[in-house]
Design a protein around this ligand. Structure first.
Ligand SMILES: [Zn+2]
Length: 201
């Protein structure tokens, strides 16, 4: 597999890079991405492929479960750099269905040490969905429950974004918009989530 990657790079150099020399030479001087993408690390959600974007267009941060945690210095630095220095106008949090991270939240493995700690940052999404289903006396399948938690997790992480004072400031100044999306790997489509989507419709 490792040699496949290096073989792929050779093809990239000869087939893509050579044909678009000027484009890549410009990128060497400066990057001007217009979107910060916060997505899941899942190998089936490759940003540039599913959005048909080129190098230089999307600044990417991915982690298990597309989580925004204010005690995560990695993402905090990414946010500070892209919003305060690159003046990026849009941040997307893109969740996806069939998320292994959310599945691990719903079915914790007692042998895991680090995954549950990380997924605590999504715990409230599961609680909200379960509370709502209970109050509506709704019975849903396990697959449907997971989809609801996957969607609610995006809403929750959007809320976490607002805990950063400089994010709120940029939004109040009209310089920044934040967006919640869901990628469906069954169809390849991205669904734009509406601000007033209920936890359970
Ligand atoms: Zn995932």
């Amino acid at each position: 597999m490792i040699t496949t990657l290096l073989d792929g790079n050779k093809r990239f150099v000869s087939d893509v890079f050579a044909k678009e020399k000027d484009y890549f030479a410009d990128l060497c001087k400066m990057q001007r991405p217009t979107v910060l993408w916060i997505g899941c690390s899942d190998s089936r959600v490759p940003v540039n492929t599913i959005t048909q974007t080129r190098p230089g267009e999307v600044f990417v941060h991915r982690n298990v479960g597309n989580i925004v945690a204010t005690n995560d210095w990695n993402l905090s630095a990414v946010l500070e750099f892209t919003i305060n220095h690159l003046n990026i106008p849009d941040v997307v949090i893109c969740g996806h269905y069939n998320c292994g991270g959310i599945n691990a939240l719903l079915h914790e493995n007692p042998e895991d040490r680090y995954i549950p700690i990380w997924l605590n940052n999504a715990y409230k999404a599961m609680e909200r969905v379960d509370d709502k289903l209970r109050s509506l006396r709704l019975q849903v399948s396990e697959a449907q429950r997971r989809r609801l938690v996957e969607e609610e997790n995006v809403r929750l992480q959007l809320e976490h974004l607002l805990e950063y004072p400089f994010v709120r400031r940029a939004m109040l100044d009209g310089k920044l918009s934040i967006h919640g999306w869901m990628y469906d790997m069954d169809t390849g489509e991205i669904k734009v989530m509406q601000k007033n989507d209920a936890v359970v419709r």
